[in-house]
Design a protein around this ligand. Structure first.
Ligand SMILES: Nc1nc2c(ncn2[C@@H]2O[C@H](COP(=O)(O)OP(=O)(O)OP(=O)(O)O)[C@@H](O)[C@H]2O)c(=O)[nH]1
Ligand SMILES: [Mg+2]
Length: 347
């Protein structure tokens, strides 16, 4: 914990290596990580958080890089979190992409961090939003979270952003896929990337039609929004109200590899931010995020305690469990009684 005192000092002095180390402490859930986060909360809430999500290979990283450059050139300090990327921040990418990202990482005022989901207890969304908090407290003006738009935890991460860009591409053809994956609900701005390829205009139309369906212009009586329920039954923050409360989700075309359309994207994000701030939506989203974060921290602790109790005691139960003399439910009841993590069951 003494190490953390030095770390906190270096962080407050503006040393980027301290920021990187603090994120590692959080990612590893090393001893004292929650205290570290608590000590470094001053300033959290100042940065604008932007989510960039979409199917694999849609050009999210390329677009994120160009957006970051543009914001940097406009005078902002930009931090990027790439969540569980298959490319190109950590490799697995074409050489050219990797080189581009390394170049970006070396540029002034852009800080890049990737995070992997493997084994992160309590969920990636929690770790990613905690990393975003650190970047925010460190003094970055913009935090961009790139996540793959497939799966609950990825959408949950998008749900922690103030504005979320959903990136789709013509060749996968698939507005419908996006709708199925729940991407429609999280989109504040749609980006049809790879607009240099055929089919971009068609996809734009498809998205416009789906927007109309969702906002009830075409079909009446279909619930427009419903809170998604995460595995385990906990409601998540990803329910968005854009279509209900007056924000018309723009559909833009970009060619990320040529930085085409990126300034329009930045403009749309500025407009969206101005709108959420004025309409009270920003406050609502931030409030939901805070509640959600608190719930996730609680669940993470409970999960940790339960796993520790199980690891400590399982040797006692295994023979009876495996021989069928005791049910898993009884084991859990007994563990609860022993560790006090759950209410004592009635007999
Ligand atoms: N033709 C064309 N290619 C693009 C465009 N944008 C990105 N690409 C290429 O598409 C490929 C994937 O781009 P990435 O930026 O890595 O896509 P991603 O969505 O981050 O990919 P993952 O993180 O792996 O899901 C790369 O080879 C890019 O050079 C574009 O606008 N037009
Ligand atoms: Mg990527």
């Amino acid at each position: 914990m003494d190490g953390h005192r030095d770390l906190i000092q270096a962080f407050r002095a503006g040393d980027e290596r301290a920021l990187a180390r603090a994120i590692s402490v959080v990612e590893d859930q090393a001893p004292g990580f929650e205290e570290l986060l608590e000590a470094l909360r001053e300033g959290v809430g100042s940065a604008r958080r932007i989510g960039v999500t979409g199917p694999p290979g849609a050009g999210k990283s390329t677009l994120t890089a160009e957006l970051a450059r543009l914001m940097r050139d406009a005078g902002s300090r930009v931090a990027i979190i790439a969540v569980d990327p298959t490319s190109p921040y950590t490799g697995g990418a074409l050489l050219g992409d990797r080189i581009r990202m390394v170049e970006l990482a070396l540029e002034e005022h852009i800080f890049i961090r990737s995070m992997a989901s493997r084994g992160s207890l309590g969920g990636l969304a929690t770790a990613a939003s905690e990393a975003a908090d650190l970047m925010d407290a460190f003094g970055f003006d913009r935090v961009i979270l790139e996540t793959l738009g497939v799966g609950q935890s990825e959408l949950e991460i998008a749900g922690t952003a103030d504005s979320t860009v959903v990136v789709l591409v013509p060749e996968s053809g698939d507005g419908v896929q996006a709708m199925k994956a729940g991407l429609m609900e999280v989109a504040d701005v749609f980006c049809v990337n790879k607009a240099d390829r055929p089919g971009a205009d068609l996809l734009v139309k498809e998205i416009e039609v789906m927007k109309a369906i969702r906002s009830g212009n075409t079909l009446r009586g279909i619930p427009r929004h419903h809170a998604r329920i995460a595995p385990g039954g906990a409601p998540t923050v990803v329910e968005r109200t854009s279509a209900d409360s007056g924000w018309d989700v723009p559909v833009l075309k970009t060619v990320a590899t040529e930085a085409r359309g990126v300034s329009e994207l930045a403009g749309a994000l500025d407009e969206h931010f101005a709108w959420i701030r004025e309409s009270g939506e920003l406050e609502r989203r931030r409030r939901l995020s805070l509640l959600d974060q608190t719930r996730r921290i609680l669940v993470r602790r409970a999960e940790k305690a339960a796993i520790e109790a199980w690891e400590e005691r399982k040797a006692e139960f295994l023979p009876d469990l495996l021989a069928g003399r005791i049910t898993p439910y009884r084991v859990v009841r007994r563990l609860g009684e022993l560790s006090g993590t759950v209410k004592r069951p009635q007999r």
